[in-house]
Design a protein around this ligand. Structure first.
Ligand code: CA
Length: 224
């Protein structure tokens, strides 16, 4: 089945080029130019992915992202922006965007990000149980023996990344790149600190972890 993408972009030349490329890649594309119509369209028919420009007439891409999540719509969201400020990216992740591509972008790079997001779809919606820990990706909720565990947005992203790659050894750099994207302030030590914090919240004995294992000299492996 062809995957359906809602493309929201007000720059005509870019929208046409993107639509053409996406269609050639085999996707079904619905194009919209303004935020209001995008919201209506997104709420009225199912999509596999939203590509949202940030600077739009009416609702901005960030507003759209927040409003769609508030409606309980869990479809992956990729934000496009001409602005390079990291503030957009951080705000974007906080309000539920999944990825972020700054203009001007390389078309191949964008296509590979889209593919990666679409591959994530089944896992996103799943509920995963690891001993007493239950991770509900769609609801962004984690419980331990039935009690809610409070995680920061970044901790949840990190846990989600681990769940998605359960059983595989992941290097610190790989984790950093995928969970923190290109945030220049993040260093591999940041990964260690967040892992320590996740262990405190999730492991029976954080000093002898059974869930998030250390791979010496390399990184971590989620036992799952
Ligand atoms: Ca724009």
């Amino acid at each position: 089945m062809k995957e359906k993408i809602l493309l929201v972009e007000d720059e005509e030349a870019l929208r046409a080029a993107l639509t053409d490329r996406l269609q050639r890649e085999g996707y079904l594309v619905d194009e919209v130019t303004d935020g209001e119509r995008a919201f209506e369209r997104a709420c009225s028919s199912p999509f596999d992915l939203f590509i949202l420009d940030i600077m739009l007439r009416g609702r901005s891409g960030l507003d759209l992202c927040r409003d769609l999540r508030a409606q309980g719509i869990q479809t992956p969201i990729l934000l496009l922006t001409a602005r390079s400020e990291t503030v957009d990216k951080i705000v974007g992740f906080k309000i539920g965007a999944d990825d972020y591509v700054a203009k001007p972008f390389d078309m191949l790079e964008l296509m590979s990000r889209i593919e990666a997001l679409l591959r994530r779809v089944p896992a996103r919606k799943g509920v995963h149980q690891f001993g007493s820990i239950r991770v509900d990706i769609g609801a962004t909720a984690v419980t331990r023996a039935g009690e809610p565990v409070s995680l920061s947005a970044r901790e949840f992203q990190l846990l989600f990344y681990f769940v998605e790659h359960a059983g595989r050894a992941l290097s610190r750099e790989q984790i950093l790149h995928n969970v923190w994207d290109y945030d220049v302030r993040a260093i591999t030590r940041t990964v260690d600190m967040h892992v320590a914090s996740l262990r405190q919240k999730l492991e029976k004995n954080p000093k002898r972890p059974e869930l998030i294992l250390t791979v010496p000299g390399f990184g971590y492996k989620f036992a799952g």
